[in-house]
Design a binder for this molecule. Sequence first.
Ligand code: BJ8
Length: 395
Amino acid sequence: MNGTVEPLINDEYTGEPPAKRLLAHLQSLREQGTKTVGIYCAYAPSELIRAFDLASVSLCAFSNATIEAAEAVLPANLCPLIKSSYGFILKDACPFFAISDAVIAETTCDGKKKMFELIADRKPMHVMDLPQLPDEPEAIDDWAAMIRKLGRFLEQVFHRTTTDDRIEAAIRDSNARSRRMNAIFEYAALDPPVIAWPELYDALFFAQGASGAEMAPVLDAMLEKLETRKCDGYAYGPKGAPRVLVTGCPVGGDSLKVLNIIEEAGGVIVALDSCSGMKPYADFIEEGTDDPVRAIAARYLKVPCSCMTPNMRRLTELDRIIVKFKPDAVIDLVLQACHGYNIESAKVGEHVQRTYALPFLKIVTDYSQNDVGQIRTRVEALLEMCADASRRIEG
Ligand code: BJ8
């Protein structure tokens, strides 16, 4: 970063892990009587949860420290995200789970589905049956039915009801948050970018558990500072640094090692295409329909997850991101034993290389530090290809 700049979120949690800020926020909501629902996936319709005056928050899933405990029960050759999630529950180490009054799960990948069975007795849990052929005509009816069924679960557990008007209000609140998040992403799309990925990550992390109204002052203050940075000619990253798009599995905690390596190797990350990144804000829910639950269903079925087949939206979404963020290279981050993202990587690599002639690298990793040296070597080689390409263009 050139020069010292004021942090975009400047509060008592600045410089701390972003979970602390979110936890404090949720605890203060609880003190005012707001109950919490824990979620594990971007398909969980948080608008419906909020329409019941409940907070929704993503549960812990990104630490190597909880994997050993999980492996006493789960197979070692399972996705680290699932093992870590389960280990957090076994060790009673996830503060967000501790304050959750219920948990929502979905039938996404097999490993997650079976892990949910093992934790189903810990809290009231509801599993949503996710249609996995999203383009079939009945998918939207099926998913809308599942969202209504979730509503009945929330009614039973929390002894309250909601209305279409409140669901519509939650949709509008969620869209307002997405609009502001997208306005923040514009500053990463600038060339050079004026926002660092840890700053993006801080905002994305807080947004996992804060409503649009709660996020508004935070994001508005960020936007004001970003505009000042832009006007002041501030640039993030070394001059001419290759711009990197990171796509693939959700990234957080110990897998952030890959993002750190990319920047240590001289790249700047301009887009994070994953469920822990920009993916949840890529689309809006239609407002003002006569069936807000169906509008929510339509939006969520568009989430381009590799559990879906075919998952053509992954490629069309990559098109949008590549045109907007103008990356010089694409890195597909796949968690070990995530067969969906791993297999899909062949299509992703072929698409970005053939359509955009972009250097592409698939990294398969877990939450340990064992492969840091190997990843660094491969990332450095990728970024060197970008430098060679730009030297050729200049020459
Ligand atoms: S909508 S990406 S959050 S399922 S747990 S699929 S990494 S093997 S997290 Fe996901 Fe929902 Fe899809 Fe997004 Fe692979 Fe691991 Fe399964 Fe995973």
